[in-house]
Write a protein that binds this ligand. Structure first.
Ligand code: 26Q
Length: 822
């Protein structure tokens, strides 16, 4: 009975068409005669949504009935992208829809293309959360995502005169994928005061009163698993003024304006995603967002636990909560508050429950990204929580003092409260103290946090509290959906598409690397994917690129540590080299297309300068008749998930070139290799494990190692820093005005020449250029190149987010999949 809902489907294309027509004519109240692509998208989505709802309800009922341990993934970001294509593929009815739509005169890609991305995230961390949801459902885990329902996702990027301009992303005009639950609301308190009241036996209880109340309203998004009827729930909270539309008291008193202002202030909480990636800014509204979402989610989780009527000591047997970075750290404090202040548990008993419940994932070692909040701000907004934080800290420091009686300094170093001016709450420390496991997201990164930023905590807790779970990506979206032809080719050769649920099965491909016919089919698909990207480039930038050229791609958030500046300096070097050649010599060169994409945080001036330089170089190089097809430089505007699905399958080589030790993992590196592209990269993040899996002859590594970075930086500042001579030539050309007003680029040059070259651009430049020469050489031998790509794909099984989720389940959450009844 369980399986049937899923298998029912539409009863063929005619059945699907009937459903589509029904939605156009009734739900949308339109006639089929004026059904445009937007309406066809809406109706198709509604038809698929109907299919999902059946499975979704069944899953929720089954999970409630079984009452097994649940996993809650708390993330301020879920970078979901589009839902329709994913729903079609996971349900397994895309071909039906394609045939039906085609009969009605539509191309399925055009219909899919109507959907706005759900862009509720910045980059890697948000996309990781989305991949995890897909894996959790596909593997039949009983899991929920909790997030915020931002009215505006990450801004849309326009490029005007070479500069980034931000445009608001109002994505909710029509969103069939969410279900408002107006009956699921939580009142969230802010500000106010704490009063202590004496109870029986001299017991004191804290009462938090006054302040203001904002209402959280749940919006649920179904998360279908692939080829299973399990459909999990992503619950997103939206903020609303409490007491309905307006404060009627004020309204009736004639204070209309202030009642509207109150309402707007409440709604502001979930209005907009903060667009910073790897940078923390202590804004009050951000802290409000965090508490609002955390308090609503915990209330919901506790309410669900209480329904089972179990004793509190079983809480952690029923509930695992994973903190996606420190953004939800207040959940630790909130659960302690609920248990002690509201449920009346003793501090120690409550704290045991809390620490057994939480796991914390760290995503960065960059000091500027570590969250800290001024004590005064926390005191003002959440007075009771600050008291609890102080108590948590007190007990923690007492324990440390006992453990290290002769070490005063360690107390200062590990204190959750930084004794600075002003005092700050260190969220990562609070997250560590309040969790039973802390994990990094790639081996190098997990080692680094243990030896650098969290070193003292390893001393205190021992090494077992700290672990590694290397990131992964969902092969459903990042292979099957983004690269359907490659997925089909693989399935046809290795006996079906089981690999989509067990990616290690790709290893059956390895022997085919030497098969000439197979290599030919493989190359044809890569070429077709490059044609598809070339078309997108033309549409978005007007530049024509040759799909036969080597496509060299770097798409990710713009950040100095990710070193897009190294890439563009390398491109300039290539341009100068080509210009210096005779026409005959030039003819022998390999044509290249350098593609960049990514958003800069609106307040990150240097990142915006880098975007400008890329565009400035593009407008010179792309219009230079000496160069022609030999080099094109493209900045693709508004990089997002749906564009990534077109870009990733089209790369020959992609760039993952962060200063060693700075990129925690990276996940696009995995996407590119899985799609049959090679990578050039530093020994950083997951590049290292990718190398181990695919073999060091299948990757182009360059640059200094993480262990040498500190010394090099020291030498720049206190010794001498000689700039690489080739890089100097690049700078001189920029200073001549070749790419426009030199002054525009002087800060980027100065960062290397005069400001200590923190990201080691000059140190790594020579090695980078030499390695690109090796890339060119290798690409000339297409047979070998394609063989490398095939072997690499065959060895990528490890990087599935399914493997990753299974590791979390076993080593952190202690949960097993819910076997689906058939
Ligand atoms: C913090 C405070 C205030 C405002 C914003 C933030 C904030 C927001 C987003 C801080 C950090 C982020 C995002 C971080 C991120 O995306 N990190 C990436 O996570 C990936 C998944 O683990 C890794 O692969 C990347 O290496 C890492 O950079």
């Amino acid at each position: 009975a369980w399986k049937r809902a899923q298998a029912q489907g539409f009863r063929g294309k005619d059945g699907f068409e009937k459903e589509l027509v029904r939605h156009v004519e009734t739900t949308l109240a339109r006639s089929m005669f004026n059904c445009d692509e937007k309406a066809a998208y809406s109706a198709t989505s509604l038809a698929f949504r109907d299919q999902l709802i059946l499975d979704w309800n069944r899953t929720q009922q089954n999970q409630t009935y079984r009452d097994s341990k649940r996993v809650y993934y708390l993330s301020l970001e879920f970078l979901m992208g589009r839902a329709l294509d994913n729903a079609m593929l996971n349900i397994g009815q895309k071909d039906t829809a394609k045939a039906g739509l085609s009969e009605l005169g539509f191309r399925i890609e055009d219909i899919i293309g109507q959907e706005n991305d759900a862009a509720l995230g910045n980059g890697g961390l948000g996309r990781l959360a989305a991949c995890f949801l897909d894996s959790l459902a596909s593997l039949d885990f009983h899991a929920w995502g909790y997030g915020l329902r931002y009215r505006y996702g990450i801004f849309k990027q326009e490029i005007i005169d070479g500069y980034q301009v931000e445009v608001p992303d109002y994505w909710l005009d029509f969103n069939p994928w969410e279900f408002p639950r107006h009956d699921v609301t939580v009142d969230i308190q802010f500000f106010g005061n704490v009063r202590k009241e004496s109870k029986e036996q001299g017991k004191e209880v804290a009462i938090w009163e006054g302040g203001e109340i904002v209402q959280a309203v749940a919006y649920d998004v179904p998360i279908p698993g692939y080829n299973t009827s399990t459909t999990n729930n992503l619950r997103l909270w939206s903020s609303k003024a409490s007491g309905g539309e307006f404060d009627f008291q004020k309204f009736n008193n004639g204070d209309y304006e202030s009642s509207v202002a109150d309402q707007q202030r409440a709604e502001t909480i979930s209005a907009v995603l903060y667009p910073n990636d790897n940078l923390e800014r202590g804004k009050e509204l951000r802290l409000k967002q965090q508490y609002f979402w955390v308090a609503a989610s915990l209330h919901d989780i506790v309410r669900r636990f209480k329904k089972s009527k179990r004793p509190w000591k079983q809480f952690a047997d029923q509930v695992a909560i994973q903190l996606n970075d420190t953004h939800p750290t207040l959940a630790i404090v909130e659960l302690q508050r609920i248990l002690v202040d509201i449920e009346g548990l003793e501090w120690e008993e409550a704290w045991d429950i809390v620490t057994s419940t939480f796991g914390y994932t760290n995503h960065t070692v960059l000091p500027e990204a570590l969250e800290k909040w001024p004590v005064g701000l926390v005191q003002h907004l959440l007075p009771r929580h600050l008291q609890i934080i102080y108590d948590i800290n007190l007990y923690f420091l007492q324990q440390v003092e006992k453990q290290f009686p002769n070490d005063r300094d360690i107390l200062r170093r590990v204190s959750i409260i930084e004794e600075s001016q002003p005092k700050m709450v260190r969220m990562a420390y609070l997250a560590i103290v309040g969790s039973h496991k802390v994990n990094g997201v790639a081996e190098l990164h997990s080692d680094l946090i243990k030896t650098t930023i969290f070193k003292d905590f390893v001393e205190i807790y021992g090494p077992d509290k700290f672990t590694n779970v290397t990131n992964g990506i969902t092969p459903r979206r990042w292979l099957h959906q983004a690269n359907p032809r490659l997925s089909e080719l693989i399935a046809s050769k290795i006996g079906g598409n089981d690999f989509l649920k067990d990616l290690t099965k790709l290893n059956k491909l390895e022997s085919l690397a030497e098969d000439k016919e197979f290599r030919k089919e493989w190359s044809e698909i890569k070429y077709a994917n490059k044609v598809r990207l070339a078309k997108l480039i033309k549409e978005l930038t007007g530049v024509t690129v040759n799909p036969a050229a080597l496509f060299d791609i770097q798409v990710k958030r713009i950040h100095e540590y990710k070193r897009q500046q190294l890439n563009i300096f390398g491109v300039i070097h290539r341009y100068l080299t080509l210009k210096a050649m005779s026409p005959e010599e030039r003819k022998k060169q390999l044509p290249r297309v350098s593609v960049f994409g990514g958003k800069a945080a609106p307040g990150y001036w240097m990142a915006k300068q880098i975007i400008h330089l890329i565009n400035a170089v593009g407008s010179v190089v792309n219009n230079d008749a000496d160069i022609g097809d030999l080099l094109k430089v493209i900045f693709l505007p508004d990089y997002n998930v749906s564009k990534a699905e077109i870009i990733t399958p089209a790369s020959d080589i992609s760039e993952h070139i962060s200063t060693a030790g700075t990129e925690a993992s990276g996940t696009s590196n995995m996407k590119f290799v899985l799609n049959g592209g090679l990578i050039i990269g530093t020994c950083d993040g997951a590049n290292i494990e990718i190398t181990r899996e695919i073999g060091d002859n299948n990757i182009f590594l360059f640059g200094n190692l993480a262990e040498d970075v500190e010394d090099l930086r020291h030498a720049h500042n206190y010794g001498s820093h000689t700039i690489d001579p080739d890089l100097n030539k690049v700078f001189e050309e920029m200073e001549k005005g070749t790419f426009g007003t030199p002054h525009d680029f002087s800060a980027m040059v100065a960062a290397v020449r005069h400001h200590g070259d923190y990201y080691l651009v000059s140190d790594d430049f020579h090695s980078y250029i030499e390695t690109h020469k090796l890339v060119d050489e290798a690409y000339r031998n297409q047979d070998e190149w394609v063989a490398k790509c095939i072997v690499s794909v065959a060895r990528m099984g490890f990087f599935s987010s399914d493997r990753c989720i299974n590791e979390y389940a076993e080593s952190i959450w202690n949960v097993e999949p819910l076997a689906v009844k058939s």
